[in-house]
Write a protein of this length. Structure first.
Length: 79
């Protein structure tokens, strides 16, 4: 036996019904910063900060990945 229930409501109504928080102000801040980054262009400092945030343990993590790739390819990078 299958039972189907269709609920006709907006995403806002569903969010309120489920008791989820309204993240619209945070979303607006994120979009404003994203638009500013696109308009102003990506600076080298911003790119460096972004890459560092993606690398676990900073430079030590990047060196670990370099050693791993060197071992897999059989090459040795200077330094």
């Amino acid at each position: 036996m299958n039972i189907s229930i269709n609920v006709d409501c907006s995403p806002e109504e569903a969010r309120r019904f489920m008791g989820l928080p309204d993240l619209t102000p945070l979303h607006d801040i994120y979009l404003d910063r994203f638009k500013a980054a696109i308009t102003d262009g990506v600076t080298p400092e911003a790119f460096d900060t972004m890459l560092r945030s993606w690398m676990p343990m900073g430079d030590a993590g990047m060196n670990m990945w370099k050693r791993l790739v060197d071992q897999m390819t059989g090459t040795k990078t200077p330094g």
